[in-house]
Design a protein around this ligand. Structure first.
Ligand SMILES: [Ca+2]
Ligand SMILES: [Ca+2]
Length: 363
């Protein structure tokens, strides 16, 4: 065999190079697709975890509606000015545990609903939601673990239990209903129960002097601070804790879920007091229902949230042009094509439903 026969011909080399190029091209393509899929999948997983945490907090707040609210002997108090002030209750009037603006009143993303929860628990301070009892002798009950106990500088309200509708859960001393916990027992006689064998209930409100005998949080889709990965015309579902200042206009904003297109609130009522839900759900209880009506009639609250999952994916096509938000017939059909969410087909959409049977309304 001579030396010339042992080498490759130019044609052989070109064929070999062509094969290598084809294999390389295929590998690179596979790599790019894999990385893209990985990014989409990772983002999906992140969204799910974030979503579960924020929505779990929302669910707990919904369950707490009405917790620690005074029913009688309300004095003067202030809630907030500006957005959502239409859901204020006001001087001498018992606060409603829940109410919402159907359609948002013009200041929510995509005219989604605007929800308000009133409860001792929805505040942001350590004091919010803590409670104990106060006896005629001025002694308070302490808890184990000690972290459940109110701190000395926590601001609290005191409610007398009462026995009739007219005096149940009355604010004790409505001209100055707020005091620090340390000033309460046992030196201040203002808040002690009248009867020797009964006890008043102390509820923690905040670590600053309160301007209302409860905490209030508003929930809506906000259009500020929206992450770049979110589809256009979506926002961030936030919990806005109304501050204890005279105007209540500087809330602490807590993001619950990113890239949200819609939120719908539905109420299951029993208006004829037979213990059975009415045939149809209501989309609004903000007009004509007092705090007492809500306590006796409201059996169920449903909140449905339409949100984007993951990030934009041009290899994906969302199969629908509209989606029902609200699982009980009192929500709405969200129409993507008229919503201003351009390119909505390249996003994955999911409706989260939170269903709560309030346990703290009439306790
Ligand atoms: Ca609605
Ligand atoms: Ca009924």
């Amino acid at each position: 065999m001579n030396r010339r026969n042992a080498a490759f011909t130019l044609v052989e080399l070109m064929i070999a190079m062509a094969i290598v190029m084809v294999v390389l091209y295929a590998s690179i393509n596979f790599f790019i697709v894999s990385v893209r899929q990985y990014k989409v999948q990772t983002k999906l997983a992140e969204t799910n975890v974030e979503g579960i945490l924020g929505l779990e907090l929302f669910r707990q707040d919904l369950e707490s509606m009405g917790y620690g609210l005074p029913w009688n002997n309300l004095g003067n108090y202030s809630e907030k000015t500006g957005n959502g002030s239409v859901l204020n209750d006001g001087n001498g009037i018992a606060p409603r545990a829940v109410a919402s603006i159907n359609g948002g009143g013009g200041f929510t993303v995509n005219n989604s609903d605007y929800l308000v929860i009133k409860s001792a628990r929805v505040g942001m301070s350590d004091a919010a939601g803590k409670w104990t009892t106060l006896t005629k002798a001025g002694s308070v009950r302490t808890w184990s673990p000690a972290s459940e106990n109110l701190a000395n500088n926590d601001y609290v309200i005191v409610l007398a239990l009462g026995s009739t509708d007219a005096n149940r859960r009355s604010l004790v001393n409505n001209t100055s209903p707020y005091t620090t916990y340390s000033a309460l027992s046992p030196t201040s006689t203002d808040f002690l129960p009248v009867d020797p064998y009964s006890a008043n209930i102390i509820y923690g409100i905040d670590n600053v002097p309160p301007v209302r005998p409860f905490n209030r949080a508003d929930y809506y889709i906000d259009n500020t601070g929206v992450p770049q990965r979110c589809a256009p015309n979506t926002g961030v579902l936030v919990k806005a804790v109304v501050a204890h200042d005279a105007s209540g206009t500087t809330p602490t904003l807590l993001p619950l879920l990113d890239c949200v297109a819609d939120m719908q609130v539905e109420y299951g009522l029993d208006t004829n007091a037979d213990g059975v839900l009415d045939n149809t759900y209501s989309d609004d209880i903000s007009v004509g229902k007092t705090a007492a009506d809500i306590r006796t009639q409201l059996l169920e609250v449903r909140v449905s949230i339409l949100a984007q999952e993951g990030q934009r994916d041009d290899s994906y096509a969302y199969p629908y042009d509209n989606v029902t938000v609200g699982s009980a017939g009192a929500g709405r059909t969200f129409n993507f094509t008229t919503s201003g969410i351009s390119g909505f087909k390249n996003y994955r959409w999911k409706v989260y439903n939170i269903v709560v049977k309030p346990k703290n309304l009439a306790q």
